[in-house]
Design a protein. Structure first.
Length: 231
């Protein structure tokens, strides 16, 4: 049997028939009825540096199939998908022999485009989301506003500059690329932490939970949640 490589895509296995499964009723957030528009997108981006394919379902169950050529980025996208209850497939290749930067940034850009397309006109969504997530000694807080206006406030610092071979500074570049494409306001704050892996992971989990809240449909919202009438 062929042994899987370091960056072999990992898949989240659905629960066995009859096993307990976390599914929100439509009234609690995710509208799953036949009358609701399916919020999905498929985006492809190809340049001389990278080739990226992303498929996204906002109203998912946390299923993922990720392969980017950057193992730590795979890990972060997998837990982002699982804790945000999205369904996400990412296929990416890039000039990682030069640096991970092009691949990490372009995956963020393409994922941002997918969110923007899947959200459409943002009718009925809650728009705002906020979450704080601990991971052992680390604590991260993230707030989002799907306002249509890109802005990021980023306060994530680690003493070590790398997690394995991954440059922690690339987290900023990934999120900024995503923010600019979605057209959203994102605040990331790390309130405590020592281990860089724990710090970054807590931030991605908090981002996932905040995005889950912000993208949920709320039956009380008629049109969009803005006095301007559009987002």
């Amino acid at each position: 049997m062929k042994k899987a490589g370091k960056d072999a895509p990992r898949r989240f296995a659905p629960a066995r028939p009859g096993a307990a499964e976390q599914v929100r009723p439509a009234a609690a957030g995710r509208a799953r009825g036949s009358s609701a528009r399916r919020r999905t997108a498929a985006v492809t981006r190809r340049t001389k540096e990278t080739s990226i394919e992303v498929t996204l379902s906002i109203d998912g169950r946390g299923r993922y199939d990720i392969s980017t050529g950057v193992p730590f980025l795979n890990h972060m996208l997998e837990l982002f998908t699982r804790h945000g209850f999205f369904d996400l497939t990412v296929r990416a290749t890039g000039d990682v022999e030069v640096d991970d930067h092009h691949t990490v940034e372009d995956v963020g850009l393409t994922l941002g485009q997918a969110f923007r397309e899947a959200l459409g006109d943002k009718q009925g969504i809650r728009r705002f989301g906020e979450a704080s997530v601990p991971l052992d000694e680390a604590l991260a807080s993230v707030a989002v506003d799907l306002s249509g206006r890109p802005f990021m406030a980023y306060k994530l610092k680690t003493r070590q500059t790398r997690v394995g071979s991954f440059d922690v500074e690339l987290v900023h570049d990934f999120l900024l690329a995503l923010v600019n494409q979605v057209g959203m306001n994102l605040h990331v704050r790390v309130l405590a932490g020592r281990n860089p892996h724990h710090i970054v992971e807590a931030a991605f989990k908090a981002f996932a939970r905040a995005m889950d809240l912000a993208t949920q449909r709320d039956p009380r919202v008629v049109g969009v949640l803005s006095t301007k009438g559009s987002l």
